[in-house]
Design a protein around this ligand. Structure first.
Ligand code: FES
Length: 352
């Protein structure tokens, strides 16, 4: 036993190779010890750590296979186990001589690590951190991890997420219902009336029908009420001096008020402003003291007798009478013709 404990790793390896060669029948090649043997410190360190570190549990001695077919790792493990067993045996044999490493005061971290196996959790800080990182792996995950995570999640978490509610619109931004409705109605009406060619055609047809109806109503309405009255007052007899031709009623009533003489008798007469040739309107020429027709040159004296041009007969007279208020009143509904001897009728003149 004492000789086995003193074997170095190089010697163990050489012995193992020798046993392996004997088992296979090939001559054993003994490598140079210097090459095969690792440094004594390098080999001794893990052995010492294994003996002193409480984290590494003591591996049980592997059963030696029959026939000597052991790998190098198995042989090293067996040698370490043998060394550990050899180290424990002297302790068991003489426990009083050397204090056990466990008797030394242990740091707090070591005490916590020893308490780990009692609860079944990780043994040291590194293992605790590794377990925590393994539980919540930061960063992106693979598809397999995502699938496993989905399977592990409860069914309630797989439900589709609801969209967040819309923000509440402020009162100032809310549209006014009445105004918006009226504007919509107007836009709808305009779009219907002018938004298409068909609507535009119907609109034009309706407008034409309306205009035609208005024209028909005006055509059927009698025009007599739109004419000036047939009887009207022209003023007092004193307003018409002898030899004066008043033209202010020509445009509105179509009549001259003339203070003249007819057959040597002074008269105030209402002469119609229509040429007896073809119906033109003659003009009073104050300088020439005559009525002159611009159409064909017919001329008439102040009392209305024709004297030149194509006019075949004298101008016509309206009835003129003195009204109750003393004014002269003209009645256009009554005409008097000189060629028919009607100017002798008392209604055909006012005796001045
Ligand atoms: Fe007056 Fe012909 S219409 S002269």
């Amino acid at each position: 036993m004492a000789e086995q404990k003193k074997l170095s790793v190089a010697e163990i390896l050489a012995l193992a190779r020798k046993q392996k060669a004997e088992a296979s029948g090939a001559p054993a090649e003994t490598p140079p010890v210097a090459e095969a043997a690792p440094p004594a410190e390098a080999v001794a360190e893990p052995t010492a750590e294994a003996a002193s570190t409480p984290e590494a549990p003591a591996k049980p001695a592997a059963p030696k296979p029959a026939g000597g077919k052991m790998s190098v790792a198995e042989m090293i493990a067996a040698a370490r186990a043998g060394g550990a067993a050899g180290a424990k045996k002297p302790e068991a044999a003489a426990p009083k001589e050397a204090p056990k490493p466990a008797d030394k005061p242990k740091p707090a971290a070591a005490k916590k690590e020893e308490a780990g196996p009692k609860t079944g959790g990780p043994k040291n800080t590194a293992s605790i951190l590794a377990a925590a990182r393994g539980a919540a792996k930061p960063g992106p995950i693979t598809k397999a991890e995502a699938a496993a995570k989905e399977k592990a999640e409860p069914a309630t978490e797989k439900a589709p997420k609801q969209a967040p509610p819309m923000p509440v619109r402020p009162a100032a931004a809310m549209p006014k219902a009445a105004k918006a409705g009226a504007a919509d109605d107007r836009r709808g009406f305009l779009s219907v009336m002018f938004g298409s060619m068909l609507g535009l055609g119907y609109t034009a047809l309706a407008a034409a029908g309306g205009l035609w109806s208005l024209g028909l109503a005006r055509f059927l309405y009698p025009n007599i009420l739109t004419e000036p009255p047939s009887q009207f007052k022209v003023g007092f007899p004193s307003d018409f001096a002898p030899g004066k031709v008043e033209e202010k009623f020509k445009a509105q009533f179509g009549v001259w008020i003339v203070n003249t003489e007819y057959n040597g008798q002074p008269q105030i007469a209402a002469i119609r402003t229509v040429c007896t040739h073809l119906g033109c309107t003659p003009n009073w020429l104050e300088a020439e003291q005559k009525f002159k027709c611009p159409c064909h040159g017919s001329g008439f004296y102040k009392d209305g007798i024709n004297f030149e041009g194509p006019a075949p007969r004298p101008l016509e007279r309206y009835a003129i009478t003195l009204s109750d208020d003393g004014q002269l009143q003209v009645d256009k509904s009554k005409l008097f013709f000189e060629e028919m001897g009607q100017w002798s009728d008392p209604q055909s003149f006012y005796s001045a």
